[in-house]
Design a protein around this ligand. Structure first.
Ligand SMILES: Nc1ncnc2c1ncn2[C@@H]1O[C@H](COP(=O)(O)OP(=O)(O)OP(=O)(O)O)[C@@H](O)[C@H]1O
Length: 378
């Protein structure tokens, strides 16, 4: 005999992964919606009148985000001007199909959609980049370019904020990854619900406390139109082991995800570690947010355009690999086609070589989100 819903006289239809409560579908919907509203209001994520870009990939998280942002905006009179912002990375058999989903959602939710592609912004699609560099570091390119492409789209569309579908599982994974890597400066930052607050276009995560399993259940029971295929390059991403570990922890102890986040929120990070985070500045070339004179996107693009594709990928040694292959720093770059570029490359390599390891790691990572490890995580 099935149990009664813990909140109403209806029969329970599911057990909530986050709390183990037995609920009927309607009570589950309402719980999840109220929790996301609570996150938004208690963290003051939005102000009335703001124009908000909902970063929409067509996947489960951002589809539920588009649905809930529309619903909560109406239900609680947030007064937001919402639109969907999609980045077409140019991955055949993956993003082209998921963008079709976003286009249908544009109709469903009645909010406009803006699509920007890597090809139009950078002159390269991800498929072309992978053809050039292989599958080893492609997630770095994808993550760096996507991060900036979202900023570019937001600025073009005069948005005040970008909302992404990063969920509690994503944040728990990032906490673990930063611990495993001993990256204390980023550990202090990865739990923030708002990032980039110092720049013109802050990013917010309304799903910071929402479990991935519950997002999937919500999408499934609400019969939302979302795209569920993994990126064709995902098996090559280095984040997988942390993801599996979080899933194992959750299976043994469902509260593990929230416990990890709450623990990380209560840590006090030493001033010394915080000081290792470079101050944000504008890239001298493109003007977008950067931690150094040139942003990571401009450095990666220079590498691609000049035949030194691993320039700026990963940490200190990667640049040296290229330099070794080509016979050395500025001379190699000049040989690859540009005195100016040679100077920039040399500058970058010298900066990396001069920096102590932790500072170099922080500098390399600061303007790329978590993309040195994986594409799109917080
Ligand atoms: N191509 C894209 N265009 C716009 N936003 C994106 C794109 N890719 C990722 N995002 C944003 O970044 C968030 C995290 O992306 P990630 O690739 O980790 O996907 P995910 O966890 O599978 O999310 P989703 O289910 O929404 O694809 C997404 O929820 C979305 O808000």
């Amino acid at each position: 005999m099935s149990k009664q819903c813990a909140r109403c006289p209806q029969k329970a239809a599911l057990r909530r992964p986050k709390t183990s409560e037995q609920l009927c579908k309607s009570c589950f919907f309402r719980c999840l919606e109220d929790e996301v509203h609570q996150t938004i209001s208690s963290s003051n994520l939005f102000k009335p009148g703001e124009r908000v870009a909902v970063a929409a990939s067509g996947g489960k998280d951002s589809t539920v985000l588009a649905h809930l942002m529309t619903l909560l905006n109406e239900r609680h009179n947030y007064g937001l001007d919402l639109f969907l912002l999609s980045i077409d990375e140019g991955i055949a058999g993956y993003r082209d199909d998921s963008l079709e989903t976003v286009k249908r959602n544009e109709q469903t939710y009645g909010i406009p959609l803006k699509v920007l592609s890597y090809r139009e912004l950078y002159g390269w699609s991800m498929d072309e980049i992978v053809a050039q560099i292989g599958t080893k570091n492609n997630c770095t390119f994808c993550g760096v370019f996507r991060r900036q492409a979202l900023d570019r789209g937001g600025v073009l569309e005069r948005a005040n904020k970008i909302a992404t579908g990063h969920n509690a599982d994503d944040i728990a994974e990032t906490i673990l990854l930063n611990m495993i890597r001993g990256d204390v400066p980023r550990l202090s930052r990865c739990i923030n619900i708002v990032t980039g607050g110092e720049g013109p276009l802050p990013r917010v995560k309304p799903f910071k406390y929402t479990y991935e399993k519950e997002i999937v259940m919500y999408a499934y029971f609400k019969k939302l139109d979302y795209f569920s295929t993994e990126c064709v390059y995902a098996p090559f991403a280095a984040r997988g082991f942390a993801r599996d570990f979080v899933k194992d922890l959750e299976a043994a102890r469902p509260s593990a995800i929230m416990d990890l986040i709450h623990s990380a929120e209560s840590w006090t990070i030493s001033q010394g570690a915080q000081d290792q985070m470079p101050s944000p500045q504008s890239c001298q070339r493109c003007g977008f947010l950067s931690s150094q004179a040139l942003c990571k996107a401009c450095i990666l693009l220079e590498g691609l355009n000049s035949g030194l594709p691993t320039l700026g990928v990963g940490r200190k040694n990667q640049g040296n690999k290229d330099r070794g292959k080509r016979g050395g720093g500025a001379a190699a770059a000049a040989a690859a086609g540009g005195q100016q570029l040679g100077g920039l490359i040399q500058l970058k390599l010298e900066e990396e070589e001069a920096a102590p390891p932790a500072a170099a790691a922080a500098a390399a990572a600061a303007d790329v989100g978590d993309s040195a490890v994986c594409a799109t995580k917080p």
